[in-house]
Design a protein around this ligand. Sequence first.
Ligand code: PMP
Length: 289
Amino acid sequence: MSLSTAAQSLTWTYVDGDWHEGNVALVGPRSHAMWLGSSVFDGARWFENVSPDLDLHCERVNRSATALGLGPSKSAEEIVGLTLDGLKKFDGRTAVYIRPMYWAEHGGYMGVPADPDSTRFCLCLYESPMIASSGFSVTVSPFRRPTIETMPTNAKAGCLYPNNGRAILEAKGRGFDNALVLDMLGNVAETGSSNIFMVKDGVAFTPVANGTFLSGITRARTISLLAEGGIKTVEKALTVRDFMDADEIFSTGNHSKVVPVTRIEDRHLQAGPVAKKARELYWDFAHSG
Ligand code: PMP
């Protein structure tokens, strides 16, 4: 495999006090993160001259680091400042993905947990156009979200994502774009890459945050924007049957914001009015600050 970065979009990474262009090499075979998966990240967006909730994403990466036993070294304000600095390196038109990360270089006690004193930080920015909101299909995954007893679900940690990856791949193998992933009790948790909402009789519903899945920043923002727009969101345990009977389904996440689900199993749905309204409200909010 080539180390060339030619296939990757324009990328700038801040590490150890400097910006570097491209997919700068940062870990080695002795790095704890490469060996035992001690990395956390967050994802925010710059598009159309705005970076909605960037501060919240920067705060969360620090909470994730602490939850994984790492030692976060930058304040959220510093990460925001670095991001604004780094964004100047881009063309001011193409949307950018904003990914602060922490990882451990060394193991701590017995080598297995991370040594928090060896924590490193980088901030990776790269061009990543926003996707159209045309919608996507979901099936129910045979894989489940782990509980806090079995995985560090209180961190946005890289080690959680092979499970999401296999859920998405398994769904793709059966002709779907993504999957509804259930928690260990059998309630719907989220998709492989985003939070999930449904609408019934004009009321929005979303799985209640129960510690098994990422209770997203875009999810919380959407709930409050819908409330201001006169649409109530009920947070409760939801089953596959609830979703099969829904009038609308849509997902939220920092990457693509609000996107409708247009097929669940063999049932086709409209890209409905509440999803459309939530997306419009999000864009209004993004441009308001
Ligand atoms: N769940 C998963 C598995 C995700 O990867 C994401 C995207 N970060 C989300 C939910 C949505 O979270 P947020 O709105 O905070 O980006």
